[in-house]
Design a binder for this molecule. Structure first.
Ligand SMILES: [Zn+2]
Length: 210
């Protein structure tokens, strides 16, 4: 790409946006003249913070999937379900559409989010030889999945409401529900704290020939 086709970056001009009020600040000022917030061109600790949140989320996936997520009681009968056995149960009850939604919301979406973010962070941290095209596609997929993150909570609340409406079973969240809610929250935070400009820097750096 020629020099002419690329406009100057804020960082090279010594300018950046205030992270709080978006006021355009000079980097040498150190603090935003409007709201006083400390300004820096890139939040380089954001990669570490994002990794920490993502690794915690990945570890919590184990208790979220291995322990029961719901305890249902009916006339002294107790039924405990993990995410997977719950989906299996729905398939046996011929409720395939609900089973597919539950599988997508509670297994596929969290896994894809964790995998996608891990790939992203690895690409930023270790400058992996992954093509720009793949990274861009990955970014759009994560963005797209992000819009569906509330689906997990939505499905859980709908399922609980449906069960309680029947009045036959009394549904209560089991230990895995806490772990699952934390997985959702931590993956959201991991994506939120990441300064994505670090990735664009890598894509625009001259030594990156991929
Ligand atoms: Zn400000």
């Amino acid at each position: 790409m020629s020099k002419l086709s690329r406009p100057p970056q804020g960082e090279s001009l010594g300018l950046t946006n205030c992270p709080t009020c978006k006021f355009l600040c000079h980097l040498e000022q150190g603090n935003c003249p409007r709201c006083g917030q400390a300004v820096q061109s890139r939040d380089r600790t954001s990669v570490q913070k994002s990794w920490a949140l993502l690794i915690t989320a990945a570890i919590l996936l184990f208790p979220a999937n291995l322990y029961p997520i719901t305890i249902m009681t009916s006339q002294g009968q107790v039924r405990q379900d993990t995410i997977f056995s719950g989906i299996n149960h729905l398939v046996h009850l011929d409720l395939l559409p609900i089973a597919i939604i539950l599988f997508t919301a509670s297994i596929l979406v969290p896994m894809l989010k964790i995998f996608g973010l891990a790939l992203y962070l690895t690409a930023i941290s270790y400058r992996l030889p992954i093509s720009k095209r793949t990274l861009m596609a990955g970014f759009h997929i994560i963005e797209w999945i992000g819009r569906w993150s509330m689906l997990d909570l939505f499905v859980i609340s709908i399922t609980a409401a449906l069960i309680n409406m029947g009045q036959i079973w009394d549904a209560k969240p089991a230990p895995a529900a806490t772990a699952f809610a934390l997985v959702i929250l931590l993956t959201q935070l991991a994506a939120k704290v990441l300064d994505t400009r670090l990735l664009w820097d890598r894509l625009e750096s001259k030594d990156d020939t991929n």
